[in-house]
Design a protein around this ligand. Sequence first.
Ligand code: HEM
Length: 219
Amino acid sequence: MAEEQGTRDALDDFRSNFDVLTEDRRANPRSDIATTRANGQVGGCPMAGHERLSYYVIVAAAGHDATAASIGGGLQGLLEFPDGMAKLRGNLGLLGTAAEEFVRWTAPVKHFMRTPHKPVEWRGTTIPAGDAIMLAFASACRDEAVFEEPDRPRVDRSPNPHLTFGIGPHFCLGKYLAKMDIEAFYRELLPSTISRADCPSAVRCGGAAVPCSPAGSPR
Ligand code: HEM
């Protein structure tokens, strides 16, 4: 109950903030996404308040947890498969393919739902109109018919036809921002840490990588 109230309070806060933003962008339009939302029309009529709020909320709230989970998941992958860690440390030029692979391997968005408006044939099965269909992204991203060694995060995997960001008209709006964040994190982290194997035993305290000074010796 307290949790539900917390969610309602958070949405009310969102609403108040975005109402102020809407008023401002109607009075002072500029070239930004808030102006598009504030003045958006559906069928020639201003967008309904709850629709506008939903659009604001999705842009403000979408993706930060998925991006953080991909960063953490990628690190887990590098620690579980140290050959990948060594390869990436040795060539930061692989950060682009590595970021893509961390997202595939982690698959932080587990599922979305779809509802067909008409019957759909899929591999010999008819899905009736109105049925609920779960898009299981995590399963698609480890499909052994598509990916060689699907359970291994390969920092140089290419091509990488994963579906973690969805597919079709609702394809993730934030994909390039998420990839930029992931790459930026590892571009900072990897040169400022050393591998556990290179550490004196005195600093081996459970982690696989420890911070090191610019000179390279553990802090
Ligand atoms: C690793 C990070 C991310 C993952 C795995 C991810 C995943 C997804 C997926 C699977 C969808 C499609 C949903 C569907 O098909 O119905 C989606 C849509 C969307 N994502 Fe992301 N996302 C990430 C980061 C972000 C970021 C950083 C932002 C924005 C700051 C963002 C904004 C959106 C928006 C606005 C949509 C809805 C697009 C539409 O319906 O037209 N995402 N995302």
